[in-house]
Design a protein around this ligand. Sequence first.
Ligand code: NAP
Length: 303
Amino acid sequence: MPLILFAAPSLWPEYRDALPRAVAEAGIKAQIVTEAPPEQVDYIVYAPSSPLQDFTPYTRTKAVLNLWAGVERITGNPTLTQPLTRMVDPGLTEGMVEWVVGHTLRHHLGMDRHIVNPGHIWDPTCPPLARERPVTILGMGALGSACADALRALNFPVTGWSRSEKPGQLHGEDGLRQALSAAQILITLLPKTPETDSLLNAARLALLPQGAVILNPGRGALIDDDALLAALDRNIGHATLDVFRIEPLPQDHPFWTHPRVTVTPHIAADTRAITAARVIAENIRRGETGEPFLHLVDRARGY
Ligand code: NAP
């Protein structure tokens, strides 16, 4: 019977019922514990905020199963030599799609003008249709492609850009230039890696059309903060940011008070225990039957 160590103590109340149920539904008889002698542990259910940082004594562990989608805080851990999987949770994806569609529609429809209108100005200008509002998504993985599908269903013309060459998408530096130049709304859903750090620097922000809106639910490090503040004085119309280099965003950070920056406190999408527990259980089932794990992290790539 495999021994599963749940090594994310702050999340245990959410998973105490959901994980045993999902494991049983996957047909696995297992023992799930929150503490165990390391040499007896078969699987570690993990979050990067966990106190467990030294994986060296976990000599029989078949996989470390991360509960978060982002893995930048663990890919560099030299003691972690076991296979590492990341979370691709249908519940998390659903939340991200809702956040992205909601904030896209806010800016597309110009909702702010009518929600805050102290002068009671009667401005009957209609917004354009979605089909006239080009959107670019940087990062077309689990989250970016789900957001692209939802926005395309509303008729937004969506351009996707990612690392590898794929049909119907852009890639590479030329592709990035093309993707940015076309974007009236830019959505960044890339992981944080050495290659994506400050990907949106001054030169690339300058490629965006006048009045472009940026939505960043990916990672704070994707954007150079100072370059963004300067670009807000030039071509960027608004930035809605969910993630930051330092979280919580320090009280004295200019993003809090900038009139054309919206701060949301890293709430775009959370892992949902019921659906995420099923993903963890499926990977344990795979580990037990010798099938390849889902959502394996490529540590050389960093995501
Ligand atoms: P994913 O499935 O791994 O997709 C990542 C995408 O980024 C892929 O399309 C990948 O390209 C692309 N990419 C990676 N490095 C690149 C580079 N150097 N140049 C161009 N494209 C690159 O990840 P995901 O599940 O969609 O999640 C994306 C990120 O969202 C996570 O890493 C996390 O940081 C963030 N997130 C935020 C929240 C929140 O609440 N704000 C919640 C969950 C996740 P390929 O397709 O070619 O591999």
